[in-house]
Ligand binder design. Sequence first.
Ligand code: PXG
Length: 288
Amino acid sequence: MKVYIDGKFLDEKNAKISVFDHGLLYGDGVFEGIRAYNGRVFKLKEHVERLFCSAKAILLTIPMTPSQVSAAVVATCRRNKIKEGYVRLVVTRGIGTLGLNPNRCKQPCVVVIADKIQLYPEKMYQEGMAIVTVPTTRNLPNALNPAIKSLNYLNNILAKIEANNAGCEEAVMLNSMGNVAECTGDNIFIVKGKQLLTPPLSAGALYGITRGVVLEMGKESGLTSGEPDLTRYDLYNADECFLTGTGAELIPVVKIDGRVIGEGKPGPVTLDLVRRYRTLTRSTGEPI
Ligand code: PXG
């Protein structure tokens, strides 16, 4: 595998970053997780735009234009002969001194890794997954805004550990008000009658690209979509529930905190959206 680092393709074993990089020392940097399907990079423009928004929020100047970053992603996929895969695009603050001042870091570092994708087991897509609410709340927007896809994922990792301890793969994270925010690496949706509902971004969630696609698809199906504050009560009493994310795509949820959701199996609205999302991913995107 060849890894892109600052304009060069390096062999996997030589693809290394300095221990003085503030990405390592402080989690100071931003990233994107992107998928390639059927020889195309899905929603590349949206991911690159979000990367630049995350960077702007932390006053990190990416030393490339958005079209150069997009070209680097496509080139890395081509170089690794990726048709179906997962791309990790990372921009770190770069090498600095010990001391958290980012002004000492001269040059941000841009990395692109294009690899095979490890999916959730197919059984989970067919039968749905069980998730739990965890004690760790989502970061406060005024402390570290969850809209920033930063390299500092400890908030999510702590929640993931709590979910794993409870025997689950994903965690529902609440915000400081006790409303539903999102999961550790996925946004959350419920279906109630003809309504497709997901927490507002102001509840403390990443501006998920899959979330945006699903809201669009919902409109096309004649569902009414809404972004109200949601409580755990709303989740428990939903007809259907599913998670969205680049990695997970759409994954049905059939149990939350021991409460069976709807009929306890993936519902018709979810299954229809899953099918349509799969068609879309296989037919659109930036050719590699
Ligand atoms: N919330 C959080 C906190 C995320 O990290 C999402 C929501 C979904 O956003 P997108 O834009 O992907 O629909 C994410 C994305 C991984 C992995 O390796 C995680 C994500 C994306 C790709 C891979 O676990 N998280």
